[in-house]
Design a protein around this ligand. Structure first.
Ligand code: ADP
Ligand code: ASP
Ligand code: MG
Length: 407
């Protein structure tokens, strides 16, 4: 007998019928003699709808209250799922993040799991219950309800698996992890395995199928993560430690992120620590900066651009107003129709030339880019969102990522 953590995402519990199906699938596992902890997200688009309601009241609502509001979505799905188990004749209990002992730290809406007091979950498992835990939420030092950032139920699941030292299965609305989002590129190829490092990079660069922090936790505690369809019995993808049996290919995946806000600050006088003042202010407001580019000084002035998440638009406006008072003459503009396209692969550590190849693919296809950043295993480009589909199609073809080519 072993313990298993299974997580079902929002679309997998989107209706009452789907909740009943999830219950049946979990019961199959329970019948095999395993202890099951089930983590669920809010039903369907519930979290989006809760956010829309808040936005009808305020464009910049208190983050504490947003956490209070958003955490309610998962409470609906956990209680309904526990009822379904009970109705099918199985003992079950639903637990909120607090009741499951999930302690968080950080700032509201972007919390991290600091620790889990796993005793209550274990007690219910030992007493034979299927334990249903609310994803995405926890409790901070002040006793306030917190959330872990969008997609955070994955993190809840992997963190619980790490505490219980067991495998984590993530069930979702696609058959596994593909080298490109299959909804964006229909000829994408499903991967049998992917290394933690590559999945972390793909997730952080926009592959929303897994939350980045969840993969980080899996990597840190060496927890095997299996991603598969919640409604089809097809083999999914294992996320695990890199080993030689994983074919060595230069590029494993291509990701796209539309959540890019590009901010440009023109006419910044060189010297006077203006640039450091700008970035210090952004850091004080917890704005996560992604890419940065700066022009060469011209007549003692530079222009600097950086990208961040659209989520921080209101905070950027506040900071812009402050900075305009402090650094006279600067002009600040925002552009949101920007897409970040990235290629990811551990093979890039050993092989050079990928950036050059992408530059030439872009120029042959008249796709202009703004910023470029690289890490050891990825290269990212920001482009105008209107060129997104074209960029994905030509890169997939030229870099042999399409299902028409053997990997
Ligand atoms: P859940 O509600 O189950 O958490 P998500 O919507 O968060 O589901 O994640 C699943 C979605 O991730 C898929 O519908 C797919 O469009 C998207 N996705 C993005 N990149 C990839 C990828 N590389 N492989 C598979 N799915 C991906
Ligand atoms: N319900 C939350 C969200 O929509 C958490 C999750 O789905 O993982 O972001
Ligand atoms: Mg998700």
């Amino acid at each position: 007998m072993s313990t298993i953590v299974q997580k079902y995402g929002g679309s997998s519990v989107g209706t009452i019928d789907k909740i009943k199906n999830v219950a049946r699938k979990v019961i199959e596992r329970k019948k095999k003699g395993d202890d099951v902890v089930v983590v669920v997200s809010a039903m369907g688009k519930t979290t989006d709808n809760l956010i829309s309601m808040a936005k009808e009241i305020s464009q910049n609502p208190s983050k504490r209250e947003m956490d209070m509001l958003m955490s309610t979505g998962e409470q609906i799905s956990i209680s309904l799922l526990a009822m379904a188990f009970q109705e099918f004749g199985y003992e079950s209990i639903s637990l909120t993040g607090f009741q499951a002992g999930i302690k968080t730290s950080g700032i509201h809406t972007k919390n991290r799991i600091a620790d889990i007091d796993i005793e209550n979950v274990k007690k219910h498992l030992d007493e034979g219950r299927i334990v249903v835990v609310a994803g995405f939420q926890g409790i901070n030092e002040d006793g306030d309800i917190t959330t872990l950032g969008r997609g955070g139920s994955d993190t809840t699941a992997v963190a619980l698996a790490a505490k219980l030292n067991c495998t984590c299965e993530i069930y979702t609305d696609v058959e596994g992890i593909y080298n490109i989002d299959p909804r964006l590129y229909s000829n994408a190829k499903k991967l049998d395995t992917i290394s933690y490092q590559e999945m972390m990079e793909m997730a952080s660069l926009g592959a929303g199928v897994m939350e980045t922090r969840a993969v980080e936790l899996g990597y840190k505690y060496n927890i095997p993560i299996y991603v598969a369809s919640s409604h089809e019995e097809k083999l999914g993808t294992y996320i695990k430690e890199y080993d030689e049996t994983m074919e060595e290919k230069v590029i494993t995946g291509l990701t796209v992120s539309d959540d890019v806000l590009m901010v440009t600050i023109n006419n910044v006088a060189c010297g006077g620590k203006n640039i450091s003042k700008i970035f210090e202010r952004l850091a004080q407001h917890h704005v996560n900066i992604d890419m940065i580019s700066q022009t060469a000084p011209l007549n003692g002035y530079v222009n600097v651009s950086f990208t961040t998440s659209n989520e921080d638009t209101c905070t950027i406006d506040e900071i812009a107003n402050e900075l305009k008072e402090e650094i006279l003459g600067i002009e600040i503009s925002k552009v949101s129709n920007i897409t970040k396209v990235s290629v990811v692969g551990i093979g890039m550590m050993k092989q050079s030339g990928v950036a050059a190849k992408v530059f030439s693919i872009f120029s042959d296809n008249e796709i202009e880019f703004n910023q470029v950043t690289t890490s050891e295993i990825s290269i990212s480009y920001t482009i105008d969102s209107k060129d997104k589909e074209k960029a994905v199609a030509v890169l997939a073809k030229e870099l042999n990522l399409s299902d028409d080519y053997p990997l």
